[in-house]
Design a binder for this molecule. Sequence first.
Ligand code: CP
Ligand code: NVA
Length: 354
Amino acid sequence: MAANASLLKPVPYSSTATGPFALAAKSLAGNDLCSIADLSAGEIAALLKLAHAVKARPRDYRYALDAKQLIMFFEKASLRTRLTFETAINTLGGNAIFVDQTQSPLGERESLGDISRNVERWSDGIVLRTYAHETITEMAQYAAVPVINALSDLEHPCQALADFMTLEERFGTVRGLKFVYVGDGNNVCHSLMLTAALLGANCVVATPKGYGPKAEIVAKANAILGDIGGSLTLMQDAQAAVTGADAIYTDVCTSMGFEHEATKRAPLFKPYQVNEALMARAAQHAVFMHCLPAHRNAEVTDQVLDGPQSIVFDQAENRMHAQKAILLMLLGAAVTPERRKLPKPARRRAVALQ
Ligand code: CP
Ligand code: NVA
C-alpha cells in the first residue's frame, strides 16, 4: 500500500473560516510579492503573525511545502537573501534551484515572457533579484506561479517584512513607534516606508538633498497612511530626525548598480553616518538596524554596529522566518495558528513494480 499522501499535506486554512488570518491567507494564496504595496494591512499583519508562529514552532511546518520547487534568478550578489530562501524552502520540505544571472541579465537570451512561461511549468514559485524593478513586474504578469521580489532597484520587500518582525519582537507592536531611516532613499528605504505605513508606525526619513525616496513611493505611503494612521516625515537633518527615536535604521550609501557614484556620494553622506553621537540623541531603549552588508565605518561605525543597541543579526535571522511565512502564504500552504499542528508523515513505502 502506498503511503497516505494526504498525511504529508499541510493543514489548509479552512475554506469556511472567516477570521482575519484565514481571510488574509486566502487572499494571498497564489499572489505575487513585487512590492510591499501589494499587501493590505490585514495581509501584512497575518504574514507577520505567521512568521512569529513559524519561528516559535518550526517543526510544525516541517512538511508544509513538501515537494514544492522554487526557482531563483539573481542578477546581483547575495548572502542573506539567497541562503535564507534556500534554508526556508528546504526546511519546509521543498527545494530551491539557484540560477546565477550576474553575468547576463534576465531577458537578454530570451524574452521575460518566454522565461516565465517555461519556468512556471517546472516550479511553484519564482524568486527574483534584479536591477530593473520592471523585470520583476513583467515576469509576474506572465508567470502563473507566484513571483517574489528578492530585491530590485526600487524595493526590497522581504527585507522590510523581516525588519518589522524584528521590531515587533522588541517592542510588541510597532504602531506609534518612532522609526527613523537615515541615509540613501533607496530600495530598502522604500520598502521600509511602505511597511511602516501599513503597520501605523511614525516613520521619519532623513536623506541628503537629491537622494530622497522616489515621489511615487512617498505618494503610495501617504495614501496608505490616510487609511491607517501613523505618519511619514521627510527631512535632510539627520540629527533632528533621530531625536527621541525608538529605532534608527541605515543602509549603504551606494547600492549595487550605483558603484560608479561612490566617490561623489561619500562626502555628501558623511553627516548621515550612524555613530555613537547620533545614537545618543535617540531614546535610551533605541535599537540600531541595518539590512547588511554594512560598509563598516562608512554609513555606521563599528561601535554602533557591534554595540549593545544593535539588532542587525536578529534581523538577519528573521529573514529566514519571514520568508517561510511568505512562501507558506503565497504558495497556498498557510495554516491558521490555531490549527497549525501537522501530523507526522507516514513512512513512505516503495510501490512494488508489477
Ligand atoms: N540584506 C540582504 O538582502 O543581504 P544580501 O544582499 O546578502 O542578500
Ligand atoms: N540597498 C542595498 C541593499 C543590499 C541588501 C543594495 O541594493 O545594494
